[in-house]
Design a protein around this ligand. Structure first.
Ligand code: AGP
Length: 624
């Protein structure tokens, strides 16, 4: 089984191997446990044959294997990078998988839930299965279906898909069908790239953006057949499907490292632009917000009496911050909830509940399942996503896109900042619409929001001491992060970044909670990062955290304090002071998070870790 893999398919006049490997390189962030390719080539005579290679480990291992044992020239092919769930990441479990005749090859992203029954059926019928994967059953099912469909590979795949349960993107080739690649999707991504004299299939447009920016969204339960000059899309039942073609508005340079050693460094640096792009066109000349694109009518929004914001990981931290902003600016009760917990606790939802789902990738399965549950209960769902045409926005009632551009590093950075911008926009818009008590404050905050790209830029310019500090702490075993109010989710985010990149024990706490237990963790020289709230309108909060810093310092902690310029009250208690520009309290996460990203990235690099592809992780988590 494979959970969130990268898939590429190609038919045209170029070297399929080169196009596929290049595409896989761009998709390697999706999974890097193993990789493989399948090509359809001439067998030297009048016939054609299937050639495959696959290897455990990163793409480089596959490339090395192909260099040692070159594959035949081909202009039809496909490739896969895998992130394993069940079935260890071995050569044997790597994709592609083939049938008994060695003429059909299949690559797969997702989980086929009824594979045990299908496997038993195939074994009973005499098919030898040689891997631990669910994918292999598809190859053997296709073997017979292809015969029954008179050599029509798309029809064969439709027949097989009708028998499958679960989530899957499948791409298949057949040695008897040169010049044809067929794909299918259910609950898992697949996009088609339309070129001139060549066409592409991929999990993500990044794989083919160097060749074409024309893309087609493949809908749920659809099969696509690509040939060099033809694309045909059908539903699983064989009926013709409507085609939704679009132009990708970013180019290949946006998906390249652009001179940085890691995508993460580039993506941290891109944050001022990403924030600016996400604000672009959404604040009118009169200072009022324009979010008509969300496709929710003002009447619908006025009816809402409760909001639940749902997400996973870093996006969940944006959801926690959304709760503070929404309740303050709109006075609508708001909860933030982990997507993986949401539907299992039987949440109280109604037609007047607005559910906001936040997902950079738009493909996270936990979030998708939560959104489906909310819609089944009749609630309105608004998606905040960075990925045009992905499943979560498509299945939601409304969408507000962040414009971070492609985020390739597994650790989310610029996507997080733009998610914050999006939730602020939604909260302020609702506040404007419903005419809450804070009219003047809202106007002021909108102005301040417009100034955030510059402030983020300013923070980035002063990060050298943070990098030095990170390098000096590379030998530590544990780092704690404290915050209050919106500084608390920022602390959680700082800890998550350090865990996922530096593999260190890192915890984020609400500073006020410390005295209820975690303070026992404080020992001599333990590094503790404290996010100090702005003084603006939140004096009490500020003073409380200054006391918290004193408490931990008195117990030996090494205090690393993130505080606004001009905040002198913290100076006596800070072993290291990181300054951020003065910002209204609710907007402070936009600047306070940046040093924590830089800190985690530098510390992980100092420890020799691969920051773009941390161990055990994948960018897009399409399993529950
Ligand atoms: C954070 O750095 C991680 N990459 C992860 O927590 C991520 O935010 C989470 O998996 C949710 O992803 P999504 O926004 O694509 O749904």
């Amino acid at each position: 089984m494979t959970a969130m893999c990268g898939i590429v398919g190609y038919v045209g006049d170029k070297s399929a191997l080169e196009v596929v490997i290049e595409g896989l390189r761009r998709l390697e962030y999706r999974g890097y446990d193993s990789a493989g390719v399948a090509l359809i080539s001439s067998n030297g005579g009048s016939g054609t044959e299937l050639a495959t290679e696959r290897r455990a480990g990163k793409l480089a291992n596959l490339i090395g294997a192909i260099e040692e044992r070159p594959l035949p020239a081909a202009t039809t092919g496909m490739g896969h990078t895998r992130w394993a769930t069940h079935g260890a990441p071995t050569d044997r479990n790597a994709h592609p998988h083939t049938d008994c005749t060695g003429r059909v090859a299949v690559i797969h992203n997702g989980i086929i839930e009824n594979f045990a029954a299908l496997r038993a059926e195939l074994t009973a019928a005499g098919h030898p299965l040689s891997s631990d994967t669910d994918t292999e059953v598809v190859a053997h099912l296709l073997e017979a279906a292809y015969q029954d469909s008179d050599g029509d590979l798309a029809e064969a795949l439709r027949r097989v898909c009708r028998r499958l349960e679960g989530a899957f993107t499948l791409v298949v080739v057949h040695a008897d069908a040169p010049g044809v690649v067929v794909g299918a999707r259910r609950n898992s991504p697949l996009v088609v790239g339309r070129g001139i004299g060549e066409n592409f299939l991929a999990s993500d447009v990044a794989a083919f953006i160097a060749h074409t920016r024309q893309a087609i969204e493949l809908g749920q339960d659809q099969v696509v057949e690509i040939r060099a000059d033809q694309i045909s899309i059908t539903n699983f039942d064989g009926t013709r499907a409507a085609v939704n073609e679009y132009h990708v508005d970013w180019d290949v340079s946006a998906a390249e490292k652009g001179g940085y050693d890691y995508f993460m460094l580039k993506e941290i640096a891109e944050q001022p632009r990403a924030v600016a792009d996400t604000l672009l066109g959404r604040i009118g000349a009169d200072g009022r917000l324009q979010l008509d694109e969300m496709r929710l009518s003002p009447d619908e929004l006025r009816e809402i009496d409760k909001i639940i914001v749902i997400a996973c990981g870093t996006s969940f931290h944006a959801a926690l911050i959304a709760k503070y902003a929404i309740e303050h600016w709109t006075r609508i009760p708001c909860e933030a909830e982990l997507a993986s917990e949401f539907r299992y606790r039987d949440p109280v939802l109604s037609r007047r509940t607005l559910v906001i789902v936040i997902s950079q990738s738009g493909e996270t399965m936990d979030t998708l399942m939560a959104l489906r549950h909310a819609r089944e209960q009749g609630s309105l769902v608004l998606a905040i996503s960075n990925t045009n045409g992905s499943t979560i926005p498509r299945e939601s009632d409304a969408v507000l896109y962040t414009h971070a551009g492609p985020e390739v590093a597994v650790a989310s950075t610029k996507a997080f900042l733009t998610q914050l911008v999006a939730v602020y926009l939604v909260a302020l818009y609702l506040g404007q619409l419903r005419g809450t008590n804070y009219g003047d404050e809202l106007d002021d905050v909108i102005l301040q929001l417009a100034a955030m790209p510059e402030k983020v830029e300013k923070v980035l310019e002063t990060m050298e001491p943070v990098r030095e500090l990170a390098r000096s702490l590379a030998g530590e075993r544990c780092v704690l992060f404290l915050g209050r109010h919106v500084g608390y989710p920022v602390a959680l985010e700082g800890a998550l970044k350090l865990k996922e990149l530096a593999y260190m024990h890192a915890e984020g706490f609400a500073a006020g909670e410390l005295k209820h237990g975690p303070i026992a963790l404080i020992e001599q020289d333990l590094p503790v990062v404290v996010v100090v709230p702005s003084r603006q309108g939140r004096d009490v909060l500020h003073d409380k955290i200054v006391s918290n810093i004193q408490e931990i310092r008195a117990r030996g902690a090494k205090t690393i304090v993130i505080a606004e310029e001009g905040d002198d009250a913290v100076v006596p208690y800070a072993d290291m002071l990181i300054r951020i520009p003065p910002t209204p309290t609710l907007l402070q996460p936009l600047v306070a998070t940046v040093p924590l990203q830089v800190f985690a990235c530098e510390l992980a690099t100092a420890k020799g870790h691969e920051v773009d592809q941390p161990r055990n992780l994948a960018k897009s988590v399409t399993v529950e």
